[in-house]
Write a protein of this length. Structure first.
Lengths: 147, 557
């Protein structure tokens, strides 16, 4: 993709393994420069702007994103697991409606805690999302099926 | 996420704990204090300290019911409901109270309570406005200065974090039994870690119980999904099935005279025997649909089903049966609830709960102090070169001072405001609460400018003096002083003074301990202190242990 022939072009974008480079561009007259820089010794040809070559895979697994992702998985997807488990148990337990609802609600916080621990113990953060969402989806399908 | 499960859990424990610890400390502190909710409420009403306190008298019930009914029909004709409250162990006085109809725009009417003198002559009506122990009780789940609903979600969120911190804490605690027996004094950060371990492990069953049952008390709000699937979202139907006695009957609009309450006593006795009655509630007064509910004093039993005996107020016909055996789930739920509130606990057990709650506060406080110590140690080199400690460290140290040292002082301020504010002041109860938060705010201001050991010593010293002087305060502002209360066996009031004195002494020891470490360690850290910020900063609580290599070696991130 790299191109070295850029004479006549104002901007070019070159890519190599280190990232994207905004290509050198030549300015024929000083009219492109802001006023205050007009008389300074300044060689525009030497400017190279290096933008980071974003490696999405690396970005996602970087520490802050990873932690945020896991936290959200634990808080929201974990709640989803607890909520759907609670909803399902209230329906299927072989007790009276009030009793099974009560039991399901009392147990639900332990499912929540287990889900949160799970989110922080699997290898990658996307695995946490996948597992928790999958479990809640299965539980939800069961709720629909029982209903 | 870290290389091993163990390391992940260490990381989780640290950050989950740190993120919510100050809210949790407030909740734990207020919750612990509210184990003595009724005792505090009693103490904050000095008007009823003499000639009022009495025990439950089975022989006198008929007379008391008649008096109550006459008094209420004379004074509370248009009330929403009447209550006759008999003396119990923790509320040792007879009172007649009523709730007015809500004014437009109010959710519920005003509660008015008049308390009977022992001799049965006139009533005590001019009791100072104070929320007493109820303030701490509400504070521990409704917080303050915000809508209760939002506060409950915040507290629930933090409680869930607490549960995670406990579970991950157990996982990372490999030597749980060995550490239980080791406490290394005067070893700086090592000692903080030991203190954290001991306060956590010693009361671990309590911590797990109180956290989980805390979530359960508000589970209808946090986890309504069982109701949504099994009852199609009809929470009212669920509650009605759960607590049959709680159903409200609307007034019919047709007036009908109320029967004499005392005529129902034989029927109550037939169902309950001589079990003490706690309360009689009369609703829809002088209406065809009036109801009279008798509530038992269930103080001693672990489950508290509160299933009342309900009578028609017109015919006296019994409308509900004495409670049958509760279902297993119901009993479990009830037990969990009363474990949380400790409503069955007699004085010794209650003190034990109080101590456990205090250990919970200590666990949270030592945890966050430990964090500050370790981070300060990491930044020691930079601080020595004259750099400021990082923002995070300053924030944590400031919040530690504000909440750990500020909460006891604020509580003291609440009690002083209760006795010293003019009794006829407008919004008096609210100003007591404001003084609690004003003291926390002032401590925060102090912490902003100076987080040094000197500040800790000042705040702790002030609260120590405040608490030690509480018996004197009571002496000066109540009709009954400590020795009179001991002589007349008013253990709730005497206990309040004695416990305050004890807490004051403990705070004084904490202050002295800090003073000693300060002089001992000041030589060691004087150099770094004088270099940092040109000697303005005195070594902080964490600086004194800044050179403890064992600490960082032991713990992970």
């Amino acid at each position: 993709m790299g191109s070295s022939a850029h004479s006549g072009n104002l901007y070019t974008l070159n890519a190599n393994e280190n990232g994207y480079h905004l290509g050198k561009f030549k300015v024929e007259s000083q009219q492109f420069l802001p006023n205050q820089h007009r008389h300074q010794p300044f060689h525009l040809e030497q400017i190279t702007v290096v933008l980071p070559n974003i490696n999405w895979r690396a970005f996602i697994s970087s520490q802050p994103i990873n932690i945020m992702s896991r936290s959200f998985a634990a808080i929201f997807a974990g709640y989803l697991v607890a909520a759907s488990a609670c909803g399902l148990l209230a329906l299927i337990m072989p007790l009276s409606a009030a009793q099974s609802t009560l039991t399901a609600m009392m147990l639900s916080f332990s499912f929540y805690a287990a889900a949160a621990i799970w989110a922080f113990s699997v290898r990658t953060s996307w695995q946490a999302w996948r597992d928790l969402l999958l479990i809640s989806a299965i539980l939800y399908i069961f709720i629909l099926w029982v209903n | 996420m870290k290389e091993t499960f163990f390391r992940s859990m260490t990381w989780l424990h640290t950050w989950v704990g740190l993120l919510v610890c100050w809210v949790l400390l407030l909740v734990f502190f207020a919750g612990t204090v509210s184990y003595y909710r009724y005792e505090i409420s009693l103490w904050t009403k000095p008007e009823i300290h003499s000639d009022v306190l009495q025990a439950y008298q089975t022989d006198n019930l008929v007379h008391q019911l008649q008096e109550g009914q006459a008094y209420l029909s004379a004074h509370a004709e248009n009330a929403k409901d009447w209550r006759i409250n008999f003396p119990t162990e923790r509320k040792p006085y007879l009172s007649y109270s009523w709730q007015t109809h809500p004014e437009p725009g109010e959710r519920r009417g005003q509660f008015i309570e008049h308390i009977a003198h022992i001799d049965g002559q006139d009533m005590v009506t001019d009791i100072r406005g104070s929320r007493g122990g109820n303030f701490f009780y509400r504070l521990h789940f409704d917080l303050h200065y915000m809508p209760a609903k939002i506060a409950r979600w915040i507290v629930g969120f933090c409680t869930m974090f607490m549960l995670l911190a406990l579970i991950s804490g157990i996982v990372i605690h490999k030597r749980i039994f060995k550490d239980f027996f080791s406490f290394r004094r005067n070893k700086g950060g090592r000692s903080w870690l030991d203190a954290h371990n001991i306060s956590s492990v010693l009361a671990l069953p309590y911590h797990l119980m109180i956290t989980y049952t805390g979530l359960i008390t508000l589970m209808l709000m946090y986890m309504p999904w069982g109701v949504i699937t099994a009852y199609e979202g009809d929470a009212r139907a669920f509650r009605a099935e759960l607590k049959p006695g709680r159903e409200q009957v609307a007034a019919s609009g047709t007036p009908a005279p109320l029967i004499q309450l005392s005529t129902l006593l034989p029927a109550v006795k037939a169902s309950w025997g001589n079990t003490p009655i706690k309360q009689v509630v009369i609703s829809n007064i002088d209406d065809e649909n009036s109801r009279i509910s008798f509530y038992q004093n269930t103080q001693q039993s672990v489950t508290d089903l509160r299933i009342p005996l309900i009578f028609s107020g017109v015919s006296g016909e019994q409308l509900s049966q004495a409670s049958d055996t509760p279902s297993a789930a119901h009993a479990t739920h009830d037990t969990l609830m009363s474990l949380h509130t400790a409503r069955f606990a007699e004085p010794v057990l209650r003190l034990f709960f109080f101590i456990c709650g205090f250990m919970g506060c200590a666990m949270i406080a030592t945890g966050t102090l430990l964090w500050a110590v370790k981070i300060r140690q990491k930044q020691q080199k930079l601080i020595k070169q004259g750099n400021k400690p990082s923002f995070g460290l300053r924030l944590v140290e400031g919040l530690n001072l504000t909440f750990i040292a500020g909460l006891p002082l604020a509580t003291g301020a609440f009690f002083y405001a209760n006795r010293l504010l003019p009794t006829q002041m407008a919004d008096r109860a609210q100003w007591e609460v404001h003084s609690f938060f004003a003291v926390i705010f002032l401590t925060a201001v102090l912490a902003y400018f100076d987080r040094s050991l000197t500040s800790w010593r000042r705040v702790l010293g002030l609260s120590a003096v405040a608490f030690m002087a509480i018996p004197l305060l009571n002496w000066a502002t109540s009709s009954q002083h400590l020795f009179q209360n001991i002589a007349s066996h008013q253990w709730a009031l005497a206990g309040f003074d004695l416990l305050s004195l004890l807490i004051g002494i403990a705070l004084w020891f904490a202050r002295r301990k800090l003073a000693q470490t300060h002089t001992k360690s000041s030589n060691r850290v004087a150099a770094s202190a004088s270099r940092a910020n040109k000697g303005k900063r005195v070594p902080t609580a964490s600086a004194k242990v800044a050179s403890d290599p064992e600490l960082s070696a032991k713990e992970g991130e």
